[in-house]
Design a protein around this ligand. Sequence first.
Ligand code: TXA
Ligand code: MG
Length: 314
Amino acid sequence: MIGENIEIAAKNLSEGKLVSNPTETVYGLAGNALNDSAVANIFKVKNRPFFDPLILHVKSVNVAKLYTQNWNETALKLAENFMPGPLTLLMYKNEKISDLITSGSPKVAIRIPFHEMTLKLLEIIDFPLVAPSANPFQYISPTKAEHVEIQLGDKISYILDGGECKVGIESTIIDVTEDKVKVMRLGGLDLNEIEKCIGYKPLIVKNDKSVPGQLEKHYSPHKKLKIIQSENEIEANHFSKIGVLSFGDNFKKDYFLNLNLSSNGNIDEAAQHLFSYLRQLDQSGLEIIYTKLLPENGLGMAINDRLTRAATKV
Ligand code: TXA
Ligand code: MG
């Protein structure tokens, strides 16, 4: 059931049921983090392997401190500047957080989502939530309540509809447990912002096998998605129904379906549309989808990361 009733969402979560919650990045599939059967059910509903850990959602830094340890100056500064917001901190957990949530790691990923409804929800309940993106494992993340309804509607108790997600791609994950911070997943918080805050360029960890979210295939549509450099690579004769995911004027010819992430080349707008346009292209009876990588400024790098993984077929 889709609705805007925060009390229903809170009641269901308190009873151990799963609820989809809106955030500024993508919709989450939330459960009571302190209830092992709710946590286990999240893996089941998403068809997600137990080795892929879950992100904790809390309402404030003070609550985050109840479940994590060793808040150094950098962690505090990042939290002060970007929480609530599209930033997830990887920190040492304490005993209140189960190994099920972290897949056995001593570290837990924690964030404060910047969405009024979810912040209100977190205010009402007296437990933290675990909330991975509300998509079946490896498929495109949902940025609208309807996306969740179509894919997981019959498996969860309630979808809290908070409109279209403003940022559109998942949070940036930063490991703050060592001297120098490391970026474990590119995401909705621009790295330049992080650099301004900490005073140096953070190291970007690529394809770290200890971070399952970095799986090579991820965010994938069912249809074949191909990244090209030039429109001349498109074999127009072979495919009658070609779709393109464009940006600005980077595709000039006519196609069966052309969805433009941002016709005036705005990278934030592109991030917001990315997943819903990919989803739409995937469901339009096309034979193949073509796209090009975007300029790497601002959120461009995070968008390209997703496009590259979405295009990988294994
Ligand atoms: O924006 C977001 O972060 C969204 C919204 C709903 O909050 N959530 C999200 O969760 O993207 P999920 O589960 O789809 O991706 C979380 C990723 C995992 O795949 C994993 O790579 C990483 O976060 N992660 C979580 N806990 C971790 C841990 N303890 N150690 C290392 N990586 C972890
Ligand atoms: Mg996900």
